[in-house]
Design a protein around this ligand. Structure first.
Ligand SMILES: [Zn+2]
Ligand SMILES: [Zn+2]
Length: 221
């Protein structure tokens, strides 16, 4: 609502180059989605010249991440999550779509469940909206089978607290197929613990092939 009102008064400017008309122009979208990066998407291990380190590859078959949460990606995600720019979900989903390419038709898209208080604050479920829009772009099925067990928010929690919370956080609401690929989508990967325990919850429910996609990885410093 706020976003649609705002965009009728002032049109969006491209986060990358300032061009009027969209949140991210096609040129900047292409530049961001095709940039190469060399560290493990899940744990941030820099010693690997591929998307997953050996340890993370043992539980996750494939992983994709558009880039680091810096510059343009940081602005887009922060607008989406914290400034109520709801329409950014489309741009973020398009970035993921361009980065990943077309997935097999049997792939099921799953989102990391959002803390209920965050949905109330924003007025929308940012993770579900991103995953649904991505599924639509790919022509894939979206199934929100992952549920949250606790309601503890982790934005300000320490690393060890986050890992502890994430371990208890998820469970799958249905039995899953051992053959179909499940693509678990999150917006940002920070420690990798949330997504890893999400993957494990899907596997515990019977999923045999679990893939992961995120828009950005938080730089570790
Ligand atoms: Zn641009
Ligand atoms: Zn790793």
């Amino acid at each position: 609502m706020i976003d649609s009102l705002f965009s009728t008064i002032a049109p969006h400017l491209c986060c990358g180059c300032g061009k009027i008309g969209t949140l991210l122009c096609d040129y900047c979208k292409y530049n961001i989605s095709s940039e190469a990066h060399f560290e493990c998407i899940i744990c941030g291990n820099k010693n690997y010249n591929s998307d997953l380190c050996e340890k993370c590859h043992q539980i996750i078959e494939h992983a994709w991440c558009v880039g680091q949460r810096t510059d343009v990606l940081r602005k887009l995600i922060d607008d989406y999550k914290f400034e109520r720019v709801k329409s950014a979900h489309k741009t973020l989903a398009e970035l993921l779509h361009a980065h990943i390419g077309q997935l097999p038709a049997s792939t099921v898209v799953v989102s990391v469940p959002t803390v209920a208080s965050h949905i109330r604050q924003r007025g929308y479920d940012h993770a579900a909206l991103l995953a649904q829009t991505f599924a639509r772009l790919q022509g894939l099925r979206y199934r929100p089978v992952l549920k949250r067990r606790t309601t503890t928010a982790q934005r300000d929690a320490s690393r060890s607290t986050r890992i502890q919370q994430a371990r208890l956080a998820f469970t799958a609401s249905a039995a899953l197929s051992p053959n179909q690929p499940y693509l678990l989508i999150d917006d940002i990967i920070t420690t990798g613990s949330t997504i890893t325990y999400g993957v494990k919850a899907l596997q515990a429910a019977g999923a045999g092939r679990v893939w992961v996609a995120a828009v950005a990885r938080q730089p570790l410093d």
